[in-house]
Design a binder for this molecule. Structure first.
Ligand code: C5P
Length: 234
């Protein structure tokens, strides 16, 4: 059974390139995140292929629509056998509740995760769409709403971890991107954290892309991050 806390972001436009990269990994060594670009190019069959190769898949499609549509999309995603899926908490309590209810007949449902406020948004952006107050307040409120609606956790940035870890139930998963091992390139991430510090701050799963996908020896980087996580795990 896979118990890795590392979710490798498979940010490839070309499924063949993604498979070439996976040839260099051991399936039990990590989980995989498939986002909108790769999914639109390669489809459900590719996701099934990854699962058949032995990988747990986080299908990162961030559903946001009326409750019935999101619920049925979640059922369709769950039927693929993926390990984790996500929806936007801003879709509302009823939407999240419908997604949870729709998965109730699945004997092995995926973890259902909510996105609170996209980390690409700043204060001026949320004010422009009519949200007053601070991003931190909205993140905390939406995470609480997600928990009440039966979500299994939220995606959050590393700098939101401490705030959420202190306020959410201990079984509520915190899934965190923007992770960079010490000394690795920052790329376009603005506020980064090391794997060890993110785990110490309360992260349950780390989404890591380029530090692993662009490494000359991905398995070596994965092994080093896994060791760092083990040391930091409380
Ligand atoms: O390559 P890198 O480690 O920066 O990849 C991070 C992954 O996490 C990408 O797939 C990116 O889209 C995703 N992500 C993020 N920040 C968020 C939400 C998702 O970097 N706030």
């Amino acid at each position: 059974m896979n118990n890795s806390r590392i979710i490798v972001a498979l940010d490839y436009a070309d499924p063949a390139k993604a498979l070439q990269f996976l040839d260099r990994l051991e399936p039990g060594s990590c989980r995989l995140k498939v986002g909108k670009e790769l999914f639109c190019r390669s489809g459900p069959a590719f996701v099934s292929k990854l699962i058949n190769l032995g990988f747990d898949v986080f299908l990162d499609l961030k559903f946001h629509d009326i409750p019935n549509t999101v619920a049925q999309a979640c059922v369709a995603a769950a039927d693929l056998g993926v390990w984790m899926i996500n929806v936007h908490a801003l879709g509302g309590f009823k939407m999240m509740e419908a997604a949870r209810a729709a998965l109730s007949s699945n004997p092995n449902p995926p973890l259902l995760i909510a996105v609170t406020i996209l980390t690409s948004l700043g204060d001026e952006d949320i004010h422009a769409v009519g949200l007053s107050g601070s991003i931190a307040q909205h993140v905390q409120r939406l995470a609480a709403l997600a928990g009440q609606a039966g979500m299994n956790g939220v995606v959050c940035s590393a700098h939101e971890l401490a705030l959420l870890h202190a306020s959410v139930d201990k079984n509520f998963c915190l899934v965190t991107p923007g992770i960079r091992p010490a000394g690795s390139a920052q790329d376009d991430q603005r506020r980064i954290m090391t794997p060890g510090d993110a785990i110490t701050s309360g992260a349950n799963y780390l989404v890591i892309g380029r530090p692993i996908t662009a490494a000359s020896d991905p398995m070596q980087v994965l092994t080093a991050i896994t060791a760092e996580i083990e040391i930091a795990t409380p």
